[in-house]
Design a protein. Structure first.
Lengths: 236, 257
């Protein structure tokens, strides 16, 4: 794989319970690029992510660059709420030492926390008692801890309060610019796609369109993707 | 104090700590019942060892390790509900064990006794308990990651091997305690300290440490009670543990039960 490609996907298909969920999906993710995946509910967006991460069996080719470091922010974080785990301990799951974290780790954690607009006091709270928005920000901060070269975000603002949505995208944009992190994100919000993504992939079980947002998201493609109601989306 | 009581105190302390160390992970994986039933599998092992004039301990180890692999295999097959199979199989082995074990050994096999052990076997049991406790603390982060979010854990390269490790450590801890506590009650010894600690501890690290300490303390206290009042050690330990659990209930943290 040439150096600026972080991920190459060729003819990826997923079948669950004998039903085809994804068919012949192909695309390339370049280093430092923001790549959006859009599509209606049930189009297979989350399935695509899970297949890329090796969490689901699939056919076709998924080729990550050899030295790739992947950060993943799942859409729904089904945490085991009975676990008496504090937010600090959740971060410590990524520390080399769970029992006695190093000063370097704590320092990096402080950085990522303030980047996500979170106060240190959140570390003492039980993970299960955080609000949806707080959990989401904790998840993003935790995915950034290991300085990933690619960040996979499954609707990163689904549970975040409306006011904070912009902040999350602005922050992710900064991470992309400053650290050269490639962003692969599932989004429902076409205005976000227009503003931040360099590449968009429209998915409805198979690829409906792909390219830069301006060239790919034409009225025909959006109708094919969402049906007639897409004209509403196009108003953005 | 006679020699059997001496070795019982040491087994109670170190195997109790090992039980308390693995317990939180078994409890959080919602395997408490499977774990409890798993200890019954030891019974046919005891029976075979008695028939072939071996120390029952070796039969127990072989059968429990085998059962750990069986549970692991069943869990990997998503189409089979493992609970029912585990329940049936393990209860069946209890029945088979009872039929095979000579009458005079039945009570001891089920409820434990003050074991009379040679020094090498005693040292082996105590050494293994220390190693297993250390393993629990060393693997705690990975076990916890797989409990909190299996998907994220897999992305971080943690596979099902750790599920097997958890089951094997659990089986070995149960095997170590069976002579003292008995096949029917040993499973409970791993669950009780973890259940008490869960009511009291904030944060996972304190939870595991507290559970380990409680495991040791309750077992030693149970052996002391049994020794003083001439009870069997297994029921004394388990009843003492249940009493401490009841006392801890008012402290249970809201939403964490």
């Amino acid at each position: 794989m040439t150096d600026d490609r972080v991920l190459r996907v060729e003819d990826l298909s997923v079948t669950l319970d004998e039903q085809p969920v994804l068919q012949n999906v192909s695309f390339t993710l370049k280093q430092g690029e923001a790549f959006a995946v859009i599509g209606p509910n049930g189009a297979g967006k989350t399935v695509l992510f899970r297949a890329l991460l090796g969490l689901l069996p699939c056919t076709g080719r998924v080729e990550w660059r050899r030295d790739v470091q992947i950060g993943y922010v799942p859409q729904r974080f089904a945490i085991e709420r009975s676990a008496p785990i504090s937010t600090m301990e959740f971060f410590l799951l990524q520390s080399p030492s769970f029992w006695r974290p190093s000063a370097a780790f704590t320092q990096r954690l402080d950085q990522e926390l303030s980047g996500m607009g979170l106060d240190r006091s959140i570390l003492r709270k039980p993970l299960g008692e955080l609000s949806g928005g707080q959990t989401q920000r904790v998840l993003i901060a935790s995915a950034l801890l290991e300085q990933p070269s690619v960040l996979l975000l499954d609707e990163p603002t689904a549970a975040v309060d409306a006011g904070f949505e912009e902040t999350v995208y602005a922050l992710l944009h900064r991470v992309q610019m400053e650290r050269g992190t490639a962003l692969l994100l599932i989004s429902h919000d076409l205005s976000v796609v227009y503003r931040y993504a360099q590449h968009v992939l429209c998915l409805n079980k198979s690829v409906v369109c792909q390219g830069t947002p301006v060239e790919a998201l034409n009225p025909q493609a959006l109708t094919a993707l969402y049906g007639e109601s897409s004209f509403y989306h196009h108003e953005h | 104090m006679h020699a059997a009581a001496h070795s019982s105190f040491w087994i109670a302390l170190l195997v109790g700590i090992a039980s308390g160390s693995i317990g939180p992970f078994i409890l959080l994986r919602r395997m408490a019942l499977v774990g409890d039933a798993l200890s019954h599998v030891a019974l046919p092992g005891i029976a075979l060892a008695i028939i072939y004039h071996l120390d029952p301990f070796y039969g127990v180890v072989v059968f429990l390790v085998g059962a750990a692999f069986l549970v692991f295999w069943l869990e990997g097959r998503s189409r089979v509900p493992p609970d029912a199979i585990v329940g049936l199989l393990f209860t069946a082995s209890l029945a088979i064990g009872i039929l095979m074990i000579p009458n005079e050994d039945v009570i001891e096999s089920l409820f434990g006794a003050f074991p009379v052990l040679g020094l090498p076997l005693l040292a082996g049991i105590l050494g293994a308990a220390v190693v297993l406790s250390a393993l629990c603390f060393w693997l705690a982060k990975r076990f916890l990651f797989l409990i909190v979010s299996p998907d994220l854990a897999k992305v971080h390269g943690l596979g099902r091997g750790y599920d097997l490790a958890l089951l094997l450590i659990f089986s070995c801890v149960v095997a170590l305690g069976i002579k003292l506590v008995g096949t029917l009650l040993m499973g409970a010894l791993t669950i009780i300290p973890a259940s008490i600690a869960k009511n009291l501890a904030q944060g996972m690290r304190r939870y595991v440490v507290l559970s380990a300490l409680l495991g040791g303390a309750i077992s030693v206290a149970g052996v002391w009670v049994a020794e003083s009042f001439r009870f069997l050690p297994g029921p004394a330990i388990v009843l003492l543990g249940v009493a401490v659990f009841a006392a801890s209930l008012p402290f249970a943290r809201r939403g964490m039960a």
